[in-house]
Design a binder for this molecule. Sequence first.
Ligand SMILES: [Zn+2]
Ligand SMILES: [Zn+2]
Length: 119
Amino acid sequence: MNTAVNGPNQRHALSQQRCYHHREREAVVRCPECGRYYCRECVTEHDQRMLCSACLVQWKQGRPSVGGPWIGRLILLAQGGLGFLVIWYAFYLIGRMLLAIPDAFHEGTIWDPGWWENQ
Ligand SMILES: [Zn+2]
Ligand SMILES: [Zn+2]
């Protein structure tokens, strides 16, 4: 049984810690990203987690685990480009279809099986 994580032992250990930036202050929060201890003024709540200012800046620049901020931008760009291509191709097909509709369609002879074989 492990009580060290959420038990009173951890709370006691935290009170022994000092803020990474303010050595005279008692730490109240441990940053989940870098694992350092901070006082209340040195952390900012973000996404229901208390992050230190350094980690918050890193978080805003993009998660390192994703592979850097430019990878995410590249994926977004590729998705946007792909979406544009799909839409463009759909309109291209519709345009081709409209152009390919022969006069026979309006005359009603397009439904004759022989019409398709002659194309
Ligand atoms: Zn941190
Ligand atoms: Zn502090």
